[in-house]
Design a protein around this ligand. Structure first.
Ligand SMILES: [Zn+2]
Length: 84
């Protein structure tokens, strides 16, 4: 039986639950009784909600490059760039 990891977005309660794959996902949080549970990882399900890794790293790589290309305007007394 797969173990499912749940996170309550309402109160932040996190726990694991043994479930059969046919029983469906839980909705109700045992702590705050709200229907705010989110299933994080299905050990046997194959669906991971944390996001695909390649996309995350690709996005992270692009971030610093943009920062480098961004020109810094120095406050210099000599020249003032003409822009409109
Ligand atoms: Zn909760």
């Amino acid at each position: 039986m797969p173990t499912y990891e749940y996170l309550c977005t309402g109160c932040g309660h996190e726990f694991e639950k043994f479930q059969s794959m046919t029983s469906g996902s839980l909705r109700k949080c045992p702590e705050c009784k709200k229907h705010k549970l989110k299933r994080l990882v299905g050990a046997g399900g194959g669906i991971i909600f944390k996001g695909p890794g390649f996309y995350a790293t690709d996005y992270a790589k692009k971030e610093p490059e943009k920062k480098v290309e961004k020109p810094k305007f120095k406050k210099g007394p000599a020249k003032k760039p003409i822009e409109k």
